[in-house]
Write a protein that binds this ligand. Sequence first.
Ligand code: WTA
Length: 632
Amino acid sequence: MTEDFDVRLVENAKYYTPGAEYKRDSWIGDYQKAYDRFLADPVAFWNNVAQDLEWIRPWDSVREWNYPYAKWFVNAKLNITANCLDRHVKNNRRNKVALIWRGEGGAERVYTYQRLLSEVMRFANALKKLGVTKGDVVCIYMPMIPEQIIAMLACARIGAVHSVVFAGFGATALNMRIRDAEAKIVITSDISIRRGKAIPLITIVQEAIDNAPSVEHVIIHSRRREPPVVIHPDFELDFYEIMNNAERECPPEVMDAEDPLFILYTSGSTGTPKGVVHTCAGYMVGAYYTTKAVFDIKDEDIYWCTADPGWITGHSYIIYGPLAAGATIFLTEITADFPDPGIWWKLIEEQKINIFYTAPTAIRMFMKLGTQWPQKYDLSSLRIIGSVGEPLNPEAFEWYYKEIGKERCPIVDTWWQTETGMQMITTIIGERMRPGFAGKAIPGVVADVVDKTGTPVPAGTMGFLVIKEPWPAMFRTVYKNDERYRNYWYTIKDCYMAGDLAVKGNDGYIMVLGRSDDIIIVSGHNIGTAEVESALVSHHAVAESAVIGKPEPIKGNSIKAFVILKLGVKPSEKLTQDLISHVRKTLGPIAVPHEIEYVDKLPKTRSGKIMRRVLKAKEMGIDPGDVSTLDE
Ligand code: WTA
């Protein structure tokens, strides 16, 4: 994305100032004061935040930092579900609505905190009965339905480690994740429903568990009544059948602060995805704190995050953060454009959503379709609107601010990652906002933009986005590959390197420009070039391939693949279609190349590494920069 950097954006300072009530009434109050409080005594700061939550045993110390390994809330005992569910039930809020779900076609389900707790306990007991114990890995591959959340919380209840795989991944991608984590159980649905169509999930799971010897059972939640799903009785079980036969009470497992809570796979710069490991206490405190500080959720608010619970955004800001804060969450599987592009605004009007959190790719799609859609609906319930996943460019900011926020709602453009577990940089509500800039580090976080040596770069100069101090929700390792964890901390001296390029304005606001590595963000989904390349090469006709991201106005990037065919194979339209369906089957629809070009040669370094940067420059008609390592 370096080519897109336009220094005028940094020089033309333009700000929007939200109404004074935002700062006055917010949980965090004045940004600078909160940040100073944190800097003066980081330990006291986090100690104070953690006091809001319920602990089985308190911590001996807030943090133990042994570069690059951190422990937070050392020796504390807790269970995150006791904070997300029981705490509210006990505090006279058992009848408060925890979750409102809307399906396509208008079905609606409402869960109070009491009901959610009851269902989580029963499903937890069902898992226990199958022999799942603390530390076992459970893979969840489900659509955006309440059962997905129940399954996740049930794992956390008994100390099982959930590994949620987004239901848009294909069989090979799922198989890789099941095998790497050695999942004992896979939980799925027969189908997911998107734009009026049923998409089979169970068949993908059945294919993915071939060659995955760790899997003992598959639990199937069946949505379709006709024809009924055929269950293989030796190892497949029905979700509600086992749940309805389970005991009602399930006390929360006593977890150590540093016990793993979940694994979540994210794309890396090699063909194998990274199993990012998050632990119980630090993650809980980080997700809870940012939910309060950034979204300022109040008791009567209804909050909607459009992400899938299968991504980190869903883990932290649909489930754990908002439930720990006792919020009412709205969840839907309805896509932004079906049955028409007014549907999300209609839902905001109907549900009286107060806080809305979505992605730039959705905002850009709405921009293209025109203002007539949001204008049809009453959006006056909105108080705060947010963005996450990739840079919110100034044009999209302006549109979102004007057409959705009606020049009244602050926009929180939140920068963070699967690895950080919690939001790290944004403009705290009440502070002036600058289009194109995410903002400053949240109180509790120390962020900067530096050069290769770790020296801060001057304002207006591009550099690497880094974090300089440990934070509670930081990931602790890459599952079974700690070296990949250490790489984040040893690439730039004394810093956590996020892998993003950024630039700081004179005001200290940070603009995130995009990835500095071989990850392409397509519609907010991170896709490793290496993953797509190895999927292509696994096709019998392909000898070699190189994949790049090409800037695209709505998706942010599109995927272009350069392919060298095996000797004697001729390019054809049919072959292109074959390759595309091969990638779809292997990795899933989100990773399918939008364009395939057949070539005879790929630019490589003398050591044989493909120089994707050169391909990309050529594609975009710009100067590729230093090509001294290029092998003629
Ligand atoms: C990008 C999603 C600019 C960034 C929470 C990061 C952003 C990657 C923003 C992590 C933002 C996320 N502005 N870029 N507000 N938020 N990104 O792991 O490149 O799916 O490194 O976590 O998304 O993606 P991930």
